[in-house]
Design a protein around this ligand. Structure first.
Ligand code: MRU
Length: 347
């Protein structure tokens, strides 16, 4: 990704350190966070310095590699088992995190160097898959289209390129005149903060809309296609994605607007038969009760936006049933969300 003329990945590893774009500071401040050990990388995942399925997958793989370097002990010692558990307990929903930890843990059985190589390979694969998703998905976006997207499944949610936004970037670079309606995505506002920042960097026309406005624009014929990302996809094609996705899918079906999910195979979990098997992360109620933003001095301030004394509920994801999904854009092409089509991806 290009930030002020420089090429960046969202997360990368050099020596023992893992570097990541500090996403809690965006779009107000661009900075790089350096984590020097695996526990610090766990903290970065939990506090969402790094976030988005692919990016936390890569960060988790690097954390496992850091643990191998730090441990430097027998292959099956307690330290590594504890490290694996620590990393896996940072966030429960994104499949990519578990996929990465498993691969790097296995590779590290032959030595810390192998763990690092595997983690770097995983990050490269993530970027490659996102690129292919852009290639296949861009065929769905015609000249003049308005694309609606939810949350942030762009560069920042992956190592590079992204998933839901990757087709948008390709279509734009190919000269198609398109624009994007960006759902703000409360409570953490990944759409208003991160997707809008990415689209500005790319010079793509866009508008942030409140989470309640999607159906309104759909009803007026102002949305041509909805493309969202995914955190975990079950074997039957049900999709876990950022809270609010389900409502968009229901509205899109009502107004007969194509609704696509973009995700790499590393997000698919064949051990989950359906969406019912996917664990939904519950996050702190403060994320709903308070909002953060830039104050007049350029600092980041938090203010309460809900009635003092009221409690809040904060599920981070919801499940969109396969019946509401037009297709899934993967690095192997676009498929229907059926158990058979999903299984064929792995044959
Ligand atoms: O809680 P986050 O920000 O890590 O959530 C993940 C997401 O950004 C979305 O659900 C996204 O649409 C899919 S992840 C590429």
């Amino acid at each position: 990704m290009n930030v002020n003329g420089e090429d960046y990945r969202t997360v990368w590893m050099e020596g023992l350190s893992v570097y990541m774009i500090e996403q809690n500071q965006l779009p107000f401040h661009f900075s790089i966070y350096r984590s020097r050990d695996y526990l610090d990388t766990c903290r970065a995942i939990r506090t969402m310095i790094v976030r988005g399925a692919g990016a936390i997958g890569a960060a988790a793989g690097f954390a496992m590699a850091q643990a191998y370097i730090q441990g430097n002990r027998d292959k099956d010692n307690e330290f590594l088992a504890k490290a694996r558990k620590d990393i896996e307990s940072t966030r429960p929903t994104a499949r990519n995190l578990f996929y990465a930890v498993e691969r790097v843990f296995e590779a590290g059985q032959e030595g810390a160097e192998k763990a690092v190589i595997e983690a770097q390979d995983l990050a490269d694969e993530d970027a490659r898959c996102s690129r292919m998703i852009g290639k296949y998905g861009s065929d769905l976006i015609r000249d003049g289209y308005v694309v609606e997207t939810h949350c942030n499944a762009g560069w920042l949610a992956f190592v590079d390129y992204g998933t839901a936004l990757s087709p948008v970037y390709v279509a734009h670079r190919q000269g198609r005149k398109i624009s994007v309606l960006v759902d703000e995505t409360r409570p953490r506002s990944q759409g208003a903060r991160l997707t809008a920042w990415e689209l500005s960097n790319e010079g793509i026309p866009h508008a942030v809309i409140s989470d309640n406005a999607g159906a309104h624009y759909m009803s007026q014929g102002k949305v041509d296609i909805v493309i969202v990302g995914a955190d975990r996809i079950a074997a039957n094609g049900d999709v876990a994605n950022k809270i609010g996705t389900l409502e968009k899918a229901i509205a899109a079906r009502h107004y007969e607007i194509p609704f696509f999910v973009a995700a790499p195979l590393s997000t698919i979990d064949l051990s989950c038969g359906s969406g019912k098997d996917i664990v939904i992360e519950e996050r702190a109620e403060d994320e709903v009760l308070y909002q953060s933003g830039m104050d007049a001095e350029g600092g980041i301030t938090r203010i309460r936006v809900a009635n003092p004394g009221s409690a809040a509920l904060n599920p981070a994801f919801d499940i969109t049933p396969n019946s509401l999904i037009t297709g899934i854009i993967t690095e192997k092409g676009i498929i229907r969300p059926t158990p058979e089509a999903i299984q064929r991806l792995f044959d």
